[in-house]
Ligand binder design. Structure first.
Ligand code: URA
Length: 275
């Protein structure tokens, strides 16, 4: 008897080496063994998740911060801007909106479109794509908006902007305080472009622009009056559904389309001669 044959360890080793050379890398029994039921392995623990306790909103937290100083500063900067380019530069240099330091990774997102457009489209606020590219409505929702505007013959007749100019963190809805701080710039853009009407895209835009606490589904498709805070400007405004909502609820597209037809019908009405 050789010494190798006498040593069970070396027999096992050479057998394993032989199987490994033959490409065998696992050994299975004919029947599966439930080792958890057999008590040999503890059941896997669900991954530990760190969930921050959700505090009930206290009246103090729910209250909006006092932004009157930031609004006054925005007002002064906006009034001094005598062109859209100057307005965009003033917005980019303005530090009074906290979103600039919270959600925005890169830059202010101000407007795109035609400076003499008869329709001003006002959305909610930039998302990640807009933040990256520096232009409003350029992500998936924006592409749908563009297709809808094109189908309605409005591509060259709009200027597109938002109620806030920096991306809210996690794409949350901008707060009324954030919208209030940006409002003087939005109003100045309207004064400079002098559109005939506003298309308010989504509930957060319609509520902020019209100062109404009504749901978008009841506001949409009806004409409302937008007035600047000093009362100097007044325009018809049509709320409609947000394209991000339409991406989730395609069946609602027909209502948004009906809204666009309502808008184009009014836009293309011949101006009444003054009697
Ligand atoms: N949603 C908006 O409301 N505005 C944008 O610019 C992009 C997405």
């Amino acid at each position: 008897m050789s010494s190798a044959a006498a040593n069970p360890d070396s027999i096992s080793e050479s057998l394993l080496a032989f199987w490994a050379d033959a490409g065998v890398d696992a050994m299975l029994l004919d029947e599966a063994v439930d080792r958890i039921a057999a008590g040999r392995i503890a059941p896997p623990k669900p991954p530990e998740r760190k969930i921050a306790p959700v505090a009930a909103p206290s009246p103090a937290r729910a209250a909006q911060p006092d932004v009157s100083a930031a609004v006054a500063q925005a007002q002064a900067l906006a009034e001094a801007a005598d062109s859209l380019e100057a307005l965009a530069a003033a917005i980019a240099g303005f530090d009074g909106c906290p979103l600039k330091f919270e959600g925005a990774a890169s830059q202010a997102v101000v407007y795109r479109g035609h400076a003499d457009a008869p329709v001003m489209v006002i959305g909610e606020g930039p998302g990640a794509d807009e933040d990256r590219q520096g232009q409003p409505f350029v992500g998936r929702a924006g592409q749908l908006l563009d297709r809808m505007l094109s189908a309605a013959g409005l591509t060259d007749r709009v200027l597109i902007t938002n109620t806030v100019f920096w991306r809210p963190p996690g794409n949350r809805t901008p707060t009324p305080a954030e919208q209030a701080v940006c409002a003087p710039f939005v109003a100045r853009a309207i004064a400079l472009v002098k559109p005939k009407m506003l298309l308010l895209v989504g509930g957060a835009s319609a509520k902020a622009m019209l100062q109404k606490d009504e749901g978008i589904l009841s506001m949409r498709g009806r004409w409302h009056d937008w007035r600047s805070s000093d009362g100097a400007l007044e325009l018809p405004a049509l709320p409609t559904l947000h394209p991000a909502f339409l991406l989730r609820q395609p069946a609602a597209k027909k209502r948004a389309w009906a809204d666009l037809l309502t808008l184009t019908e009014r836009l293309d009405q011949p101006e009444r001669p003054i009697a």
